[in-house]
Design a binder for this molecule. Structure first.
Ligand SMILES: Cc1cc2nc3c(=O)[nH]c(=O)nc-3n(C[C@H](O)[C@H](O)[C@H](O)COP(=O)(O)O)c2cc1C
Length: 370
């Protein structure tokens, strides 16, 4: 593995969470960095995710007493100390030799919820043993339903509290930036959870069949597979990768426990809108009380504040988690979460919000007409 071992110390010069992005550029081999930072195609949606935060300014409020302030929230039946969730990210070994075990330890230390990926470098059982009680399992449906059922049984046995079904990445276009950097997934990067399931060979496509519709998409999840999943687990099922308000409403009606407004960090459909820009319409479609999580481009406490103001209950962190992991392992992820929480608290205090529920659309003002 070409990733150098990360030092177990916080490097000097880190003043905010975003500094981990800057330092990761020095800690990671160029190809790994391009793979993690890039999206699909031309990275249009990666850029859109970040740019969307710039369209909103935060309105300060003065003279409010925030001395009883806190960032606690209720989510999926648990109370969490802050609204930052460690997003599912495949192949943690690319960032750190301890991979998801380091993220899990950071989650435990900071009370964060962690959502390990089906494609994690360590098994869901190993991650559960290192994590705190707030852990959900991200599921990609396996072509063989028996293997999906086995994954579900393992997640339930390992004490995961929810299943997060990802539905927006059945097909991923190559990232131009990762290709240009010559990135190839190292042989050591295996999906540990799937090692016990034999890989079925893809059947040859009949003449005239599409490599996309009849090929790559043949095992993609559908509304029927969601119903099947809901019937085969006792855990709440969240659905990740939703942008369209109509899909959000249909998912609520279908029985999903909640949704994650996300475009897979720009790694799915390149050219899809920034996830932040869809958040208000999704919130309006599902109503005030339905749980909506958000991810895509969050790099600061102020970004999180904007997502919360536009309708999210909590935010997931993808790349920022990997950058902190690459720079300083478990310590780095815990430190990054601590910095983000303080940044959010500072933003709340200056915006006159003592609790998360006081962060509303009125806390923001467009910087130019959207
Ligand atoms: C390297 C990498 C691997 C990812 N792997 C997964 C995955 O296995 N499952 C999943 O649901 N999302 C995956 N995602 C998407 C993240 O969960 C999340 O939606 C996205 O990273 C959020 O955007 P951000 O990186 O700007 O925070 C991955 C993202 C990255 C950057």
């Amino acid at each position: 593995m070409s990733t150098p071992p990360a030092p177990e110390r916080i490097p000097p010069g880190i003043a905010n969470a975003l500094d981990y992005e800057r330092l990761a550029a020095q800690a990671l081999p160029a190809g790994h960095l391009a793979y993690i930072a890039g999206g699909s195609g031309e990275d249009l949606t990666v850029s859109a995710n970040r740019a969307a935060f710039g369209r909103w300014a935060i309105l300060p409020r003065v003279l409010r007493d925030v001395r009883a302030g806190h960032t606690r929230l209720a989510l999926n039946g648990a109370t969490l100390p802050h609204p930052f969730v460690l997003a599912p990210v495949a192949h943690g070994l690319l960032a750190h030799p301890q991979a998801e075990l380091a993220s899990a330890r950071a989650a435990q230390a900071t009370g964060a919820c962690i959502v390990p990926s089906t494609l994690s470098s360590r098994t869901l059982e190993e991650i559960a043993a290192a994590a705190g009680p707030a852990r959900w399992f991200q599921l990609y449906l396996h072509p063989d339903p028996a293997h999906t059922l086995d994954l579900l049984a393992r997640a339930e046995a390992a004490g995961y509290q929810a299943i997060v079904l990802t539905v927006d990445a059945s097909l991923q276009l190559a990232s131009r930036s990762a290709l240009a950097a010559g990135f190839v997934l190292p042989r050591e990067c295996v999906a540990a959870n799937l090692a016990r399931y034999p890989q079925a060979c893809a059947p040859a496509l009949p003449e005239g069949a599409s490599r996309i519709f009849q090929g790559a998409m043949r095992h993609a999840p559908t509304w029927d597979s969601l119903q099947w999943l809901l019937a085969h687990t006792r855990l709440p099922v969240w659905v990740k990768g939703v942008l369209h308000p109509e899909d959000a409403l249909l998912l609520k009606q279908a029985g999903a426990a909640g949704i994650v407004v996300s475009n897979h960090g720009g790694r799915g459909l390149d050219g899809s809108p920034a996830s932040l820009s869809m958040l208000p319409a999704v919130r309006a479609a599902v109503g005030a009380d339905y749980p909506v999580l958000f991810d895509g481009g969050v790099r600061s406490g102020a970004d999180a504040f904007k997502a919360l103001a536009l309708g999210a209950n909590a935010v997931l962190l993808g790349r920022l988690q990997l950058y902190a992991l690459a720079v300083a392992g478990a310590l780095g992820v815990a430190h990054m979460l601590q910095l983000l929480t303080e940044e959010l608290q500072a933003t709340m205090a200056l915006a006159g919000c003592a609790r998360l529920c006081e962060i509303t659309p009125d806390s923001l003002i467009p910087t130019y007409p959207c």
